[in-house]
Design a protein around this ligand. Structure first.
Ligand code: P6P
Length: 329
């Protein structure tokens, strides 16, 4: 029996947010609509003038790809129309976007509209990542957004790969839906996803390893000497999706160029950490649990070690005994 993501979200809402009066499911449906719009463009990237640089840089100082701009506008448009949304926070925008009905808005959506976009031109999987928070009563702007990850009410991602898969959690397990092109609907394909307790691969950009803190290098040497393989796509959502399905560990350590890691806490680490934990995995920063970090700024970065209980546990043992957090030149 075919179950669409909309049906599933409504069921989750009835179970979880009975008082939500459709707001929650309407919000998630807005996100699924935006990702369908994005995937339609990605699937035709070579055929329409959507590849390449938009000729501008984003708040991160990164060159915006045309698809970055399109994806950001698609999410802002689809969610901005949902009355339950108070603020939208995007990797592409310096400040939160206040929705003019913000007085009535109950939710905040924090998102990376198109993660890994530098891979688009070479046809490598990219993704959209989102995190949903409740708006604390009477708060505005950054004060409303800077909440630790354990306060998320839902989180998810879409991986635009050989198929387009929408994965989300609302705190009651992790569910995956594959876009069925013939009907244009995300259909349940992975019920109650569980991350394997242990895997056999690690995922890290080895080119940076000379500047990893010593404990990270010790850990990676331990994995290699225990027969682990290496897989690195360079697109966070794709590397995480593989880790969720097959187990193992993904790391973005502190480096000389990014002493606090490269990945963003609010719209990359937190949503994936919520999903990892809901699937039985772990997500830490080296200093503690990702979802316990109290954010100080919207675009702050964090080191990320995320994956199976076994591999993240071993990292924690080696890192906490070594405590050598200095990065080497
Ligand atoms: P590096 C893509 O640019 C991204 O933000 C993530 O999707 C990915 O995990 C990471 O950066 C890759 O960074 O430094 O290994 O190229």
């Amino acid at each position: 029996m075919l179950v669409t993501v909309q049906q599933h979200i409504l069921q989750q809402q009835e179970d979880q947010f009975p008082a939500a009066r459709g707001n929650f499911s309407s919000l998630l449906s807005g996100m699924t609509l935006a990702t369908k719009m994005i995937q339609a463009k990605i699937r035709r990237a070579g055929l329409v003038d959507i590849l390449g640089s938009a000729g501008a840089t984003n708040v991160q100082g990164e060159t915006q790809q045309k698809l970055d701009v399109y994806a950001n506008q698609a999410v802002l448009h689809c969610l901005g129309a949902r009355e339950s949304v108070a603020f939208l926070v995007s990797e592409e925008n310096e400040q939160p976007v206040t929705i003019d009905r913000s007085e009535g808005g109950k939710y905040i959506v924090v998102f990376d509209p198109l993660d890994g976009s530098s891979n688009i031109d070479v046809n490598v999987s990219v993704g959209t990542i989102f995190s949903i928070l409740r708006r604390p009563e009477g708060t505005h702007g950054e004060a409303a957004v800077l909440q630790p990850g354990w306060k998320q009410v839902a989180a998810g991602y879409v991986v635009y790969g050989s198929s387009t898969i929408f994965v989300y959690t609302a705190g009651q397990g992790v569910y995956g839906f594959t876009l069925e092109p013939e009907i244009g609907a995300f259909v349940l394909s992975f019920a109650n996803m569980r991350m394997p307790v242990q895997g056999n691969t690690y995922s890290v950009n080895e080119a940076n390893s000379d500047s990893f803190p010593e404990s990270y290098r010790t850990y990676l040497g331990h994995l290699r000497s225990n027969g682990y393989g290496s897989r690195y796509i360079g697109s966070l959502v794709a590397d995480f999706h593989r880790t969720l399905l097959k187990g193992g560990v993904f790391l973005y350590p502190p480096t000389k160029k990014n002493p606090n890691g490269k990945l963003r806490l609010l719209y990359e680490a937190n949503p994936l950490a919520f999903i990892a934990e809901q699937a039985g995995g772990h997500a830490i920063s080296g200093e503690g649990r990702i979802m316990d970090i109290a954010p100080k700024s919207i675009h702050e970065r964090t080191p990320l070690i995320i994956g199976s209980r076994a591999e993240v546990g071993t990292f924690h043992q080696i890192h906490s005994s070594g405590r050598s957090d200095r990065t080497t030149a």
